[in-house]
Design a protein around this ligand. Sequence first.
Ligand code: SF4
Length: 302
Amino acid sequence: MPPARTLAAVTTPRRSPSLAGAARLARRVAAGEPPLGRARRVGRMLRELAYTHPDAHCELDFTTPYELAVATVLSAQTTDVRVNEVTPTLFARYPTPADYAGADRGELEELIRPTGFYRNKAASLIGLGTAVVEKHDGVLPHTLDELVALPGIGRKTANVILGNAFDIPGITVDTHFGRLVRRWGWTAEDDPVKVEHAVGALVPRRDWTIVSHEVIFHGRRVCHARKPACGACTLAADCPSYGAGPTDPAQAAALVNGPSRSWLLQLAGVPDDVADGGGPVDDPVVVDAGSEDPVGATADVP
Ligand code: SF4
């Protein structure tokens, strides 16, 4: 549920950017924004993201760190919703790393087949279980170096596990996270590790995990890859890419997705009669038009 609006939030309208203002900001960012200016702008965007997406969280279901590791391996190239459909049966059938280590490959493949790439993923899960049993006495380690040394666990997956199962801050850089932070002028880096370090320098360490979720939520619901909903976006005033999508409130409102759509439109100042004009709703995981890479995917590609 969205939080109760504070007096400041109610009385302080979001600045409506102009295309000319956004173009000036884009030029400033492209030319090398002064560090202090960037820090202040990113700080405002972080506060806005937190207020906009109070429901941001890891959407993979799990009860133990090892279950999250399994779910994250399965989430490569599919949606969290699809993973959550298979994991209850999977977790009941294979409750420990030793169970995966000794799994019948064919049976395991059938159980995880709906998530795609099931042969590779089954091999990863058997290898992961074997390595955790042989090298870590059956207990999933909780350092980045130890996690990335395990089969099927890349840096992105390791950060998901650290941040969400062990409460150790981690920035999860996937395709969508990288696209968004470059679009916002937080970094110009393409390499995921460099993106992780650049964003890590801008965001307080304690917030790395939740900010990863908030960025991804904004990408799913508002700042879509092909057609971002700029005219209904709470980040617009500080975004150098304002205008990359429709700035007309009605057109933009129709692009906003998800269970908190009405809250997002209210925050963005879209009038009710405009917001009521339509738009897809209540789709927690959305595949951007034309994209084969599900927005909900959190794992490394197998
Ligand atoms: S929707 Fe538009 S204004 Fe909002 S963050 Fe994305 S590109 Fe920027």
